[in-house]
Design a protein around this ligand. Structure first.
Ligand SMILES: [Zn+2]
Length: 132
């Protein structure tokens, strides 16, 4: 059964949620690389590297994460984050990212349901929270 509640991630009461439960939230998560948007989250307590973490809402993974073009975008963003690259190379990378993103923009189907008011800024977790 689909839970019709639209949750506010800033005020989640985890005592009323179960691990593995899928919820829809008011906040939209946007993929860092392709811009795919979703407000579908899973309640998770799975830690990384053997650490246990308290329950938290984890955004659904980007449905395009296994596509080759998505990997290319990820790779170019990664290269862009290296400080040592010359400015001209970084400009080339930015241009290539723009081309890739505009080429695949129309393929991306967002998964945002039941959002009465779109937030001004998409909600994102820290990079450390998400698998790449
Ligand atoms: Zn993506």
């Amino acid at each position: 059964m689909i839970d019709p509640t639209l949750y506010d991630l800033n005020e989640l009461d985890y005592s009323k949620l179960i691990i593995g439960q899928t919820i829809r939230a008011m906040q939209i998560f946007r993929c860092w690389w392709c811009g795919h948007q979703t407000n579908k989250y899973t309640i998770s307590d799975r830690g990384k590297w053997g650490m246990t973490v308290p329950p938290h809402a984890r955004a659904s993974p980007c449905p395009y994460q296994n596509a080759h073009w998505h990997w290319l975008l990820y790779r170019k963003y990664e290269l862009l984050s290296h400080r040592a690259h010359p400015k001209t190379y970084k400009e080339e990378l930015k241009a290539e990212i723009q081309v890739l993103r505009s080429k695949y923009r129309e393929k991306i189907q967002h998964d945002v349901l039941d959002v009465p008011l779109l937030p001004e800024k998409p909600f994102t977790f820290d990079d450390s929270e998400e698998d790449i």
